[in-house]
Design a protein around this ligand. Structure first.
Ligand SMILES: C[S@@+](CC[C@H](N)C(=O)[O-])C[C@H]1O[C@@H](n2cnc3c(N)ncnc32)[C@H](O)[C@@H]1O
Length: 366
């Protein structure tokens, strides 16, 4: 099975995710001890494959069907090599900058010609928003933030979201100041299937999604606003303010910058499908599967899950998210893996990328 089901359906010519919207802290903890092992990661914008280098694996094989997403990782590799940490944060868009053109040019110095041309063509957008702000997904948040959010909450109210508070005070702030009638109305309108399909995600990706996106988002916003601390949440900060505050995604933090930079040559980038990797006969000790199973029909999911197992070493962990469609070990393979419920529960409670409904950690039996 070299060709993936979604390949024929969606348009992968543009960057869909210019930064990773999955929490690498919970991912890396879920993968457990991987030192010296082989890891496999879906690329997306590349940030979580980079974060996985902190686990000290021998290599991280990175796959993605989308050449544009692979180009996000290749640019990041150039950026880690050529820039200081604070320059890196200016280029990503985490911090304001007036010199992104120069930073981009430096980051692109050692990269291949295709990646160079791809990113050079995006220079005006990069200058305005940073390399982490120009995917379809980020554009969708930008429209929300620029045109709709001001109709509901003042800038001051948005800033107040990021004031550190006790859990009790978070509850009170959320109920009395944030979760207003107008806010709920906005959620219902913006997160309708129609709007999300048109602006955020490809319509094909909704084929298998259950429940109303707006109801789901309302539940998850409570998680981000009350159950976890918004002042520590880089994803919420970007969505509401368009940059990062004090909190950063794992791979972008100062404390990991040198470690990641020193291990960049452990990345083994293989443009193409996960299914193509599993058919090589190699065995991996851990898999970051993003939320790709949700994009597959239940039948395809079962087949792909089986092939991932055949490429997994004993004790390898499969880590993945579900946004709306339920995907967990298919019955046919339930004897081959153990679900690590305790780890899942602990990590779900901490997951800052709040829009997922489920986080799965399954370990291959020895
Ligand atoms: C599933 S999407 C989800 C993105 C995500 N939630 C994020 O925060 O970035 C991640 C990536 O998976 C890739 N992808 C989807 N199915 C794949 C497959 N079967 N093999 C390899 N890559 C795949 C897409 O091209 C996309 O770049």
């Amino acid at each position: 099975m070299g060709r993936s089901e979604i390949e024929g359906k969606a348009d992968f010519d543009h960057i869909r995710y210019a930064q990773l919207w999955e929490d690498a802290d919970v991912l890396t903890e879920a993968l457990g001890d991987c030192a010296g092992g082989t890891l496999v990661s879906i690329c997306s914008a590349g940030d979580n494959a980079l974060a996985m280098l902190t686990l000290d694996p021998a290599k991280v094989v990175v796959v993605d069907l989308s050449p544009a997403q692979i180009a996000c990782l290749r640019l990041r590799i150039g950026a880690y090599r050529a820039l200081t940490h604070s320059e890196f944060l200016e280029l990503t868009g985490s911090r304001p900058s007036k010199r992104r053109a120069e930073l981009l040019a430096r980051a692109l110095q050692g990269v291949d010609a295709e990646t160079h041309a791809f990113w050079t063509g995006l220079l005006p957008e990069v200058s305005r928003h940073g390399i982490g702000g120009i995917g379809k997904f980020e554009r969708y948040f930008r429209i929300f933030r620029t045109w709709l959010l001001p109709l509901v909450h003042s800038r001051r109210r948005i800033d107040e979201v990021f004031t550190p508070r006790t859990p009790e005070a978070r509850e009170a702030f959320f109920e009395t100041r944030f979760n207003t009638f107008r806010w709920r109305l906005l959620l219902n309108m913006f997160f309708s299937r129609f709007v999300m399909g048109r602006m955020g995600r490809d319509k094909a990706f909704f084929d298998h999604v259950e429940g109303s996106p707006a109801q789901h988002v309302a539940r998850r916003i409570r998680h981000a606003g009350v159950a976890t601390d918004p002042s520590q949440n880089p994803y919420l900060h970007w969505i509401l303010k368009g940059t990062h505050g004090a909190a950063l995604p794992m791979a972008w933090r100062a404390e990991h910058f040198d470690t990641i930079r020193a291990r960049l040559d452990r990345l083994d980038i293989r443009p193409g499908s996960l299914e193509a990797f599993v058919s090589t006969g190699e065995k991996a000790n851990g898999f970051n599967l993003s939320d790709i199973f949700e994009y597959m029909s239940p039948e395809t999911f079962e087949a792909v899950y089986g092939s991932v197992l055949s490429a997994a070493a004993p004790k390898a962990r499969l880590v993945y998210w579900n946004m709306m469609a339920p995907r967990r070990v298919p019955k046919a393979y339930s004897g081959a893996v153990e679900t690590l419920d305790r780890i899942e529960d602990q990590l779900k409670a901490r997951d800052m990328a709040f829009f997922y409904s489920d986080f799965v950690v399954e370990e291959v039996r020895a």
